[in-house]
Design a protein around this ligand. Structure first.
Ligand code: SF4
Length: 237
């Protein structure tokens, strides 16, 4: 299957949760400034996504081969255990919004603009999930991103971007030499069917992470993902 581009991709800024996340009271002066920034952001925001369905061809204890590309991760391998396909994706809130946020010279406004940019990306990711669920009849889905856990390191971006192909450039995402994405408010990874509510945060012990979605389960790796072979790698380095 060829890559599919969603341009523009829908999004919706959840104002109450954005204000709550910034610890601003509705109706306060700062909240009104943020409301104004949201209006500015909505005038320029242009999120986009690319995805590609990939069929699994073979698997080892710690890897999966799909579309002739090898993905090295014990956790990914176990999560794809009973599946024959997954969806590689990359989503961005867009260069337009990044340029708008970067142009803010006031430190506090820059901070808020950055939070709005992140809120657009988060929402765009949810719309991509919904698109995949509706178009392909998927039930519950989960996703994994290279670099979110040491088990699937950032170096795996190369295979992921090879899978997405050159069309990825159409949506304006570049991969730097250090394998980070530009625009910064971009997310790449795989989406797969999952009934267990998988989330990388369950396997990540990082304390105080503002992006944490669910609590850390210190027993989950041993219960579900521990590789029986002696070369088994830990989740957290
Ligand atoms: S806790 Fe934070 S760093 Fe760890 S996986 Fe979740 S979002 Fe990423």
């Amino acid at each position: 299957m060829e890559s599919v581009i969603l341009d523009p991709l829908e999004y919706r800024i959840d104002r109450p949760s954005l204000l709550a996340g910034l610890r601003l009271k509705e109706g306060s002066g700062h909240a009104e400034t943020v409301e104004g920034l949201i209006r500015e952001a909505q005038a320029v925001a242009h999120p986009r996504a690319i995805y590609r369905m990939a069929f699994i061809e073979s698997r080892g204890d710690r890897h999966v081969v799909a579309e002739e590309l090898r993905f090295e991760s014990r956790i990914l391998r176990v999560n794809l255990e009973n599946l024959h396909r997954f969806f590689a994706f990359a989503v961005t809130s867009g260069r337009e919004l990044e340029a708008w946020a970067n142009a803010k010279t006031d430190l506090l406004e820059r901070f808020w603009a950055d939070a709005i940019d992140q809120a657009v990306l988060t929402s765009a990711c949810l719309f991509l999930d919904r698109h995949l669920q509706e178009r392909y009849g998927l039930a519950k889905t989960a996703h994994m991103s290279p670099g979110s856990l040491p088990d699937w390191p950032l170096e795996e971006q190369r295979a992921l971007f090879d899978l997405l192909g050159d069309n990825r450039k159409i949506i304006g995402i570049e991969l730097t030499e250090s394998l980070l994405m530009v625009p910064v408010k971009s997310l790449s990874g795989i989406v797969f069917t999952n009934e267990d509510g998988f989330a990388s945060c369950r396997l990540c012990p990082r304390k105080g992470c503002p992006g944490r979605r669910v609590s850390y389960d210190p027993e989950l790796y041993d219960k579900k993902y521990r590789d029986p072979s002696p070369t088994s790698h830990p989740v957290q380095s």
